[in-house]
Design a protein around this ligand. Structure first.
Ligand SMILES: Cc1cc2nc3c(=O)[nH]c(=O)nc-3n(C[C@H](O)[C@H](O)[C@H](O)COP(=O)(O)OP(=O)(O)OC[C@H]3O[C@@H](n4cnc5c(N)ncnc54)[C@H](O)[C@@H]3O)c2cc1C
Length: 491
């Protein structure tokens, strides 16, 4: 296929956000749309379609397979950062949890200057995004059921629906699944309109933005046929995700001027926030238990249930989640210190309302240096340690006690300093990077509340990178919501 020379809109990346943006632009305008996606179709990739095989996507050929680190506060470990390189993006490779987050997340964005993004204002966009098909887990696996029962006997509310405005308690998850197979914004939004003659899907990698003065006029694409320029008569919408969107901006001279000069790029616009403010959820992987009886084969997304809780009594918005993973999903360092039997599961706390901030930079050789900087802030360490302590109390509830033969990790020492060492050794990324092109009104904001790149005409960002602060749960549904609202702002 020949790459088109121009379109009204050029959408970069057909991931969770890009598929939504392209679909809605086709629906709402008479415009032509080119979508450029570096990856191919997920159809035929078993680990993408089958929810219980999602972990096989990590590091697979359809993964950009970036890395965080070395992470100073995680014993200098370097951690794989998975990002889907496939139609549907990380939404075609992720763990399928479909969760909105907490009212306070969006009200916080609005209070910090993101006018129009309060909870009540964004809720309709979540609902619209759910057209892809989502469903609640039923017939829970024994370890998933045990998490719900243990949560309740510990004192948590039973949570029927994780997508209420203020989730607190334990219950079954909602997943982007229909009839046992993954749904995504690719399957639900873009794939059904591929025949639309106003749409062109180009398989290739965008290598740079075309700029005339302070206006973005298109993109440069590398395809199997070579390099080509595509002109955007109206706008370019960047949906390349929290790593590749800032990478493209920096590579095109839009970012912190000092950093750009350091790596030999002439600044076009000094925009200090590009690549800064990176936020990630640590999962403490983690507390591991050998099962008393052989566990049944894994079901759902290897989880099936989830709990939302707080690390201390005075915490108002739940800052912890728990999942019980039906396989021994632990960090390499935990496995090295505590040999893990095959018939085991993990009760993993996740730290949601993080204070630590990382950043992304280009290297002089054209590569990337990405630091999540997880557990940098002492408050995050404190909450993570409390998360393990509460997790061990959950594991001590009757519902788990009857499933467990012995605790594999952490070891017998559970004083604060031993657990601090344990969380630094077991924290892994949830694969939720956000915030690297934050929306706002201050000097550090990269996009304004209409998602326009500040100081450049004809260029917006609509993906997970615009979140000013990370949401209190997984980030896929919030990204789809951002894309739904972005389409309203563009058209
Ligand atoms: C393994 C894993 C598990 C996860 N589990 C969950 C979960 O259970 N629940 C949840 O809510 N969230 C989960 N997430 C996070 C969630 O999937 C992401 O937050 C969300 O998909 C981000 O959407 P996005 O549109 O910003 O980026 P992506 O969905 O990553 O889309 C970016 C797209 O742009 C393409 N692209 C990038 N650069 C270029 C370029 N230069 N040229 C052309 N194309 C380009 C990419 O190939 C990709 O298709 C997980 C993520 C991973 C990787």
């Amino acid at each position: 296929m020949t790459t088109p020379r121009s379109a009204d809109y050029v959408v970069v990346g057909a991931g969770t956000a890009g598929c939504v943006v392209a679909r809605r632009l086709l629906e709402r305008t008479g415009a032509t749309v080119v979508v450029v996606e570096a990856g191919g179709p997920p159809e035929g990739i078993a680990s993408s379609g089958d929810p219980a095989r999602w972990v096989e996507n990590i590091g697979a050929p359809h993964d950009w397979a970036y890395s965080y680190g070395p992470e100073e506060h995680l014993d200098g470990r370097t951690l794989l950062l998975s990002r889907g390189k496939v139609l549907g993006g990380s939404g075609s490779t992720n763990a399928l949890v479909w969760v909105h987050g907490h009212r306070a997340d969006y009200d916080g964005w609005a209070a910090a200057g993101a006018t129009g993004w309060s909870h009540d204002e964004v809720l309709p966009y979540f609902r619209r995004a759910e057209e892809i098909g989502v469903e609640r887990a039923t017939d829970l696996h024994p370890v998933a059921q045990a998490l719900v029962e243990a949560g309740v006997s510990y004192g948590m509310p039973a949570l029927e629906d994780i997508n209420v405005a203020e989730p607190l308690g334990a219950g079954p998850i909602t997943m982007d699944v229909r009839d046992g197979a993954r749904t995504s914004t690719w399957t639900g939004h873009l794939r059904p309109v591929l025949d639309d003659e106003r749409l062109t899907l180009v398989t290739g990698e965008v290598t740079g933005l075309s700029l005339r003065g302070q206006r973005c006029t298109g993109v440069t694409v590398r395809t199997a046929e070579g390099e080509a320029d595509i002109r955007a008569d109206r706008e370019v919408v960047l949906c390349a995700g929290s790593i590749n969107t800032p990478r493209l901006l920096l590579g095109s001279g839009i970012g912190p001027a000092g950093h750009l000069r350091d790596v030999g790029i002439t600044p076009v616009l000094d925009l200090p926030g590009v690549g800064e403010n990176l936020q990630e959820h640590p999962i403490i992987a983690g507390p591991c238990f050998e099962a008393a009886e052989p566990l049944p084969a894994p079901t759902h997304n290897l989880e099936g249930s989830m709990a939302f809780w707080r690390s201390a009594a005075d915490v108002t918005v739940p800052d912890l989640t728990y999942v019980s993973v039906q396989i021994p999903y632990v960090s390499a360092e935990v496995a090295a210190e505590h040999p893990v039997p095959a018939n085991a599961f993990v009760l993993a706390p996740g730290l949601m309302r993080v204070r630590s901030r990382g950043r992304l930079r280009l290297t002089a050789g054209g590569g990337l240096d990405i630091r999540a900087n997880m557990l940098d802030d002492p408050a995050d360490v404190e909450a993570a340690v409390a998360g393990v302590e509460i997790g061990l109390e959950l594991a001590d509830q009757p519902a788990f006690r009857k499933l467990v033969a012995r605790r594999v990790a952490p070891g017998t020492a559970t004083d604060r300093s031993s657990l601090t060492r344990f969380v630094r050794q077991s924290a892994m990324p949830y694969f939720h990077p956000v915030g690297t092109c934050a929306m706002g009104t201050g000097d550090d904001a990269v996009v304004d509340p209409q998602l326009r790149v500040r100081g450049i005409e004809g260029l917006r960002v609509a993906d997970a990178s615009v979140m000013p602060t990370i949401t209190s749960a997984n980030t896929n549904a919030p990204t789809a919501m951002i894309a739904e609202k972005a389409a309203d702002l563009v058209a």
